[in-house]
Design a protein. Structure first.
Length: 192
């Protein structure tokens, strides 16, 4: 767990993580690393309205990130192995309290901004969901000569909603159409 604070509480974040490794046999290792980060910033840049006197718009933002890296290594035989890596990643940003920079050099942080009564631009709220996975089969069919079979999968969802909803996000992510890539690599060692 870690905590962080910014100048005059302009930013704060808290992070939780756990590193778990399970080795039920000499040939199998399973590792999990779940992590959750929640942060709030009160000086997130949003946009600049151009003109003779540009207007800099900032806001507060709540960000949530949840992820879990998974690794499975299985040694089928000394010259043959199977490895799987996966990373689901959920990230949301909810903007609020829009303000303009009116006195950037003011001593007090709160005096540097003027609250906006209305915000008439596109809402920048978002969530970004991604899943990446690699499955690698490795076979050293003779000393120095190796065959690799690789399956990579990716899924991505990006929407304009910043409310963090873990269960819905996981459901949406695995409902998304995957992109699958298959690779074969063969090396052959000439031994004289």
């Amino acid at each position: 767990m870690s905590l962080a604070h910014g100048f005059e509480n302009s930013r704060r974040s808290i992070s939780y993580g756990l590193d778990i490794t399970y080795k039920p046999s000499n040939r199998l290792t399973i590792s999990l690393y779940p992590q959750y980060v929640k942060s709030t910033s009160h000086q997130q840049y949003v946009r600049t309205v151009s003109g003779e006197n540009p207007i800099y718009i900032l806001s507060s933002i709540d960000q949530n990130i949840a992820s879990m890296s998974v690794r499975v290594n299985y040694g089928i035989m000394p010259d043959m192995s199977l490895q799987w890596y996966a990373l689901p990643y959920l990230f949301s940003g909810d903007y609020y309290d829009f303000k303009t920079v009116t006195a950037p050099r003011a001593d007090k942080f709160a005096d540097r901004f003027t609250a906006m009564d209305t915000y008439n631009y596109d809402n920048p709220d978002f969530h970004f969901l991604q899943f990446r996975s690699n499955l690698v089969y490795r076979w050293e069919y003779k000393p120095g000569s190796v065959l690799y079979l690789v399956w990579s999968q990716g899924r991505t969802v990006q929407e304009k909603d910043g409310t963090f909803r873990f269960k819905d996000y996981v459901h949406d992510l695995f409902k998304a159409v995957p992109q699958n890539d298959f690779l074969v690599k063969i090396s052959y060692a000439w031994i004289f």
